[in-house]
Structures are given as C-alpha cells and as structure tokens.
Design a protein around this ligand. Structure first.
Ligand code: PEP
Ligand code: MG
Length: 546
C-alpha cells in the first residue's frame, strides 16, 4: 500500500483501477523551410479546423455540463484568434524560416511560460489554456486526431496535468476520479471536475511513470488522499463509505437542472454565497442559479496592500465569465468589524460591529470605493452583474453613493473606457434600513436582507460573542416581522427582495419566506439542492395556509 496526499477539489470517495495518461504534447521537430507563405497557409487551415473542433466541443460541453462550464471552449476559440499570438507565430516563420508546427509549439511555450510566471492565479491558469490551444494547432498541422477516451474502462485517471478539452471529451460515466501532479484549484479542469461531481486531487507528488496501469487505488477526496494497492480491509471499508455517500447524494443530484418551484407554481431564485473566485466550483457543482452574494472584501484580506483596479477587474471577470449569463451580485467592500486588514489602518474601537465599517469607510475614503466601482462598472459589460451596498442606514447614504457612482461614470466616459452601470441594490441589515425600507425601495433596484447583522443589531447581540449563543435567536419574531415588512415595501415599489444571511438557508423557514413573498434566497452552495428539494415539495398559496 502506498499513499500520497494532494489538494482535493471535489469531495467524494472511489475505488477502482488506474489509467495513466501519457503527456499528450506532440513531438515537434524544427525544419528549415523556403516557402513562408505556404507555411502561413497551413497555420490558417489548422486554425480554421481548430475553430470547428472547439465549436463542436462547446456544443458537447453545453449538453453535458451546462453553458457556464462550456464557456472555456468559447475562451479557447477567442484565444486562437488572438492577434498577438498569431502574429508571434507568423513572425517566427518569417524571420527564422521554420516549419509551422515548430513556430506554434515554441510560441505556445513562450506565451504559456509568460502567464505561468505571473503572480495572479487567474493569469497563471491561462498558461494551461495556451498550451491546450497550441497542442491542438500542432495536432491539426500534423494531421493527428483528438485523443479518443471513449473506449476507456471506468478508471481513476492519473496524469501530470489535464487540459479542459481532454477533461470534457472523457465519457464521465467511465471516470471514477482524477489525480494530477499539477493543476490549480482555479483551473477550468478543476471546475469541470467539480461540475461533473468527480472526486479530484491536484498537486499530488507522485511520478506517473511509476504507476502501473490497472493497479487498484482508492481516491479519498474528503482527506485529499490517493492510496495505491489498498488492503482487502481498506477496500471493504471504502466500499461501505461509497455506498453511504451515494445514498446521501443520489436524491439531491436528481434535482440538478430543475427549477426551484413549489407544487403550486411559486418560483424562487436559489443563488449561492461566495467569498472568492475559488468557490465558483461549488456554485457550479450545486447547480446554483446565480451568485446572490460575492463578499468582495475577501479580495482585500490576507494581503499587504489594496488590490488594484486591474486585480479586482480580473477576479470579477472570471466570476462573470464562469457564470455566463447567470446573475452575479457583487457586494461592495464590507471591511471592518471582524474583517480587519492592517493596511486600512483602522483604529481600535470599543464597538467595532457598530463602528467604522463597510459603506461608512467607502463614503469617508471615496478613493478606495471609486477603485472598486471602476472595476465593477468596467466588468459589467462581460455578464449579468448586479452590485449591492452593505450596512445602509439612510436615504442620504444612498444619495451620496449615487453621486460617487456618477463621478466614476463621468471619468470612464471621459477616458472612453467601455462600461455599464449594473443593477444596484442595497443590503437591508440594520433596523434603520428596515424601518425606512419604503423610502429606500424607491431609490434602488433590489433589496438583499442580511439577517446575520440584522439579528445582531435588532437583538443587541454581538454575533461574535460566544457567551451570547443562548440568547441569539434568529427565529425571533422581531426578525421575521422585519423581513415581512421589507418584502412588502419592496414589492409595493415593484422591486425584488432576497435574503443572503444565514437564515435564508434555514429549511425550517423556507415556507414562511416564500409566503412572505421573498423572491430570492442566497445560501451556501452545499444548501442549494437541499432547499430546492424542500421548495419543490411545498405549497404556499393562500388557501394552503393552515
Ligand atoms: C449578513 O449580515 O447577513 C450578511 C450576509 O453579511 P455578512 O455576514 O458578510 O456580514
Ligand atoms: Mg452583514
């Protein structure tokens, strides 16, 4: 028995034979050529062929894993038309008089090396995409066909790395798990693995050359371990765990792709809460209909300086692109209280939860706010973005926000930078906002109720204080009445209203929320399918009330 640990990108457990995938990079030889034009022609043909292949892959992926995950092949199709990349290839053929295959392979290595050396995880992940498209062009130039995975037995795939196109071409019924030596949790392959509900480990320090095909192995995604040649006892234990997991998941999986709709036809949007780009996999895996709360402040945590406009733009863009046309609600910076960041130089406060935080910082230090708004408005052209502002207590705050929004808009206009002002909503998480929600509803596009803070401010209970756990009652009638009031005020002004605090995921209250008219629930990704099940089994129309 030999075991290795890696990073798990999908939790699950399997037992089965392994298949070792050899590196699919084609062997490319350098040849001297005379006819530059004919080599360029060959590139053009290979490129056209690649576009057709990628379009076919896109169609296949849309059917199998949905539009959001298929988007990677759209991205590849765009990359293969990138002028810098194509010019670099043409230039190499012209200046060095080399064959097309060689020019593509070397240019691919240069570009992917350049991305791999970047600090930004998103840009790093592009390295694999560039390699993928370069390999495709080389294969097309050499007349090779895409690797055929369809004849494989159900197996654990061991590879140095896997490209998204290799991943999606595999017949998912025949894949038990992926184990790769390289890869990042942000990579599209990891996203696809999660989407396919396939246990996957990345960064596993093994040598694929030493793994014999057909060898049995256990992949345990719960603790990130792969165990080769397990004992009979471990095999038996694993089989038991597999059966247990299967039972738990089976019921819920059938709800993927289904609507969140009650028996009497009331639809509700079930969105996911995320804190970083890394969480996108869970969103897809659990079939969330959108993202109802992206806590953007997590981009500001764990670093020594403010994220630049460009860094934010790239992170938001990745979220929008992965979510394709689905709604993504990004909450502007909610720093302060329990989320402290040294470089903000916030003073120590007696009552940080009631202190200098969230929108208050943004309004007092508009430069920080404007950087984020610029990134958001620029990125809004790439998808279905909405934004929302946290910790609102007054009409004047919203007015001031809009002034700043207009300043940012004017700057972007002046610089002729493409942008879009997205739908703008506010979080209702202070009793003040609840009480004036009739006025606020006339000023904004939507409300999202933050029950975590709303409960702490309404019950005067610090949500961080463990001693008060017994007093902290999120089912308190005061909270439920407030939610009801906010929903009524929103609807009176034709605005939609959601809940993004933890209470939104409480199945005991789902029926009440629907009866109150809540239009959207944004919850931890793992709760999506469970809530969908509840919703699909309930009736909420008036005459069903007990
Ligand atoms: C809330 O307060 O309910 C909320 C969703 O925001 P956070 O938990 O990030 O404060
Ligand atoms: Mg809050």
């Amino acid at each position: 028995m030999q075991s290795f640990f890696g990073k798990s990108v999908y939790k699950g457990i399997v037992l089965g034979p392994v298949v070792v995938l050899k590196n699919t990079d084609s062997q490319v030889r350098r040849k001297k050529i005379e006819d530059v034009e004919s080599e360029k022609q060959r590139i053009e043909q290979a490129r056209k062929q690649a576009i057709k292949q990628l379009e076919a892959l896109y169609e296949k992926a849309v059917k199998e894993v949905g539009e959001a995950s298929a988007a990677i092949f759209e991205v590849h199709r765009m990359m293969i038309e990138d002028e810098d990349y194509l010019d670099a290839i043409d230039n190499m053929i012209k200046t060095e008089k080399v064959n097309a295959e060689y020019a593509v392979a070397v240019t691919g290595d240069h570009f992917s090396g350049m991305f791999a050396r970047m600090d930004d995880d998103y840009m790093k992940a592009k390295a694999a995409d560039i390699k993928d498209i370069s390999n495709r062009l080389v294969r097309n130039l050499q007349g090779e066909r895409d690797v055929d995975f369809s004849s494989m037995e159900p197996s654990i795939i061991i590879a140095e790395d896997l490209s998204p196109s290799e991943t999606v071409q595999m017949d998912k019924d025949k894949i038990l798990a992926f184990v790769t030596v390289h890869g990042s949790t942000n990579s599209h392959t990891a996203i696809l693995a999660r989407m396919m509900n396939i246990p996957a480990l990345i960064g596993v320090p093994l040598n694929p050359e030493e793994i014999k095909a057909g060898m049995q192995a256990v992949v345990d995604g719960f603790n990130g371990e792969v165990i080769f040649e397990p004992t009979a006892e471990l095999r038996e234990r694993t089989m038991q765990r597999i059966a247990e997991e299967k039972e738990k998941l089976q019921l819920l999986q059938t709800l993927k792709g289904k609507e969140s709709i009650t028996l009497d036809g009331r639809k509700v949007h079930l969105y996911a809460n995320i804190g970083s780009v890394d969480d996108l996999g869970y969103v897809l895996e659990n079939d969330a209909e959108g993202i109802g709360l992206f806590r953007s402040e997590f981009l500001y945590l764990g670093r020594n300086d403010f994220p630049t406009e460009e860094e934010q733009f790239q992170a938001y863009k990745q979220v929008l692109q992965v979510m394709a046309e689905k709604k993504v609600i990004i909450r502007t910076l909610d720093i302060g209280a329990d989320k402290q960041v040294d470089y903000f130089h916030l003073e120590k406060e007696e009552n940080p939860a009631m202190g200098y935080r969230a929108i208050r910082i943004c309004l007092k230090q508009p430069d920080i706010f404007k950087t984020q708004l610029r990134a958001l408005f620029r990125v809004a052209v790439f998808g279905n973005l909405s934004i929302m502002y946290p910790m609102i207590i007054s009409v004047e705050e919203v007015e001031r926000i809009y002034e700043i929004v207009h300043e940012v808009q004017r700057d972007l206009e002046k610089s002729q930078i493409p942008y879009r002002i997205p739908e703008q909503g506010i979080m209702i998480e202070t009793p003040a906002a609840v009480m004036i929600s009739d006025e606020l509803a006339q000023m904004v596009d939507f409300f999202s109720i933050g029950t975590n803070d709303l409960t702490q401010y309404t019950l005067a209970i610090d949500r961080q204080n463990e001693k008060l756990n017994d007093f902290y009652n999120p089912h308190h009638r005061a909270i439920l009445k407030m939610i009801q009031m906010v929903a009524e005020n929103a609807h009176q002004h034709d605005k939609w209203v959601g809940i993004c605090g933890e209470l939104g995921a409480d199945p005991e209250l789902t029926e009440d929320f629907l009866r109150m008219g809540i239009d959207e629930l944004s919850v931890a990704p793992s709760m999506i399918l469970r809530l969908r099940k509840e919703i699909r089994e309930m009736k909420v129309s008036e005459n069903e009330r007990n």
